[in-house]
Ligand binder design. Sequence first.
Ligand code: SIN
Length: 330
Amino acid sequence: MNTSSLPRIAVLATGGTIAGQAGDASKTAGYKAGVVGVDKLLDAVPALGLVARIHAEQIASIDSKDMSAALWTTLSRRIDALLAQDDIDGVVVTHGTDTLEETAYLLHLTVKSTKPVVLTAAMRPSTALSADGPLNLLNAVTVAASADAAGKGVLVAFNNQIHSARDVTKTSTYSVGAFRSPETGVLGFVQDGRVEFQRTVVRPHTAASEFAVAEQWPMVEIVASYADASRVMVDALVAAGVKGIVVAGTGNGSMHATLTQALADAVKKGVAVVRASRVGSGHVMRNGAASDDVLGTVSAGTLNPYKARVLLMLALGSGLDDLQRIFDTY
Ligand code: SIN
């Protein structure tokens, strides 16, 4: 086979369980994430050579619970620089599953290219019996090498499914089918080298997005509503200089009366407050379970609290204040 005409895909490794190592092959928990280097991950998948020519970089070696906004800036800028090169056709990012949905959405809104960007991960460490990382990596590179993946924003290839970065979320602590897109479903499938899209992405992203990563990120935090919630956390955040708060509300973004009063006070002090839901699916309607018009709050629509935080950070970091338009658009 003449491989010189294959697409050239950059694989950027950041750590995670896909690069995890346990002392015993029977262990799928109790391992250390982010210790195996990108070259070893690639060596474990010889079939990659039939799909793409690989350029590999180790961007970080972390457990993704420790992902930082500074690393997001580095990653987004590196992807943009690589995709600006004529000899790079797409990018795959290997990542931990725990914050994959946040990084994916951040890149979906900040990368300025229509070339494919695909994130993947694994639920079992690389040393495990039936490790899922090698096939997920092969599938992610297969998607990134597919012309059909261009212009669809950032994608997540996991367990033979292709998800949009906007909609995907981790829904299991142990299953190799850990990711779902609850309100919208998968975009398509990748299996045995075949990439099949069944839906497309209509909200603006990547080159059509108005956002860019920042050197300095605004402080945006998440608080939850629950039975007997107090105002202690909101007041402490306001005292600490928070710029935005996302509420993981009950139901359709409803909030305990005490929390509602604290957040209304925060809005009067200039803090941006976005109502999302802790439920895990469904949407939070403007003026639905709480009056956004009266409180001065914004509804998150179908974004979960963690993705709503990403969008609020980007909006505030870009100096934008028409926040309901932003949440209705992205
Ligand atoms: C991580 O998110 O880095 C650890 C967990 C995982 O990848 O499944």
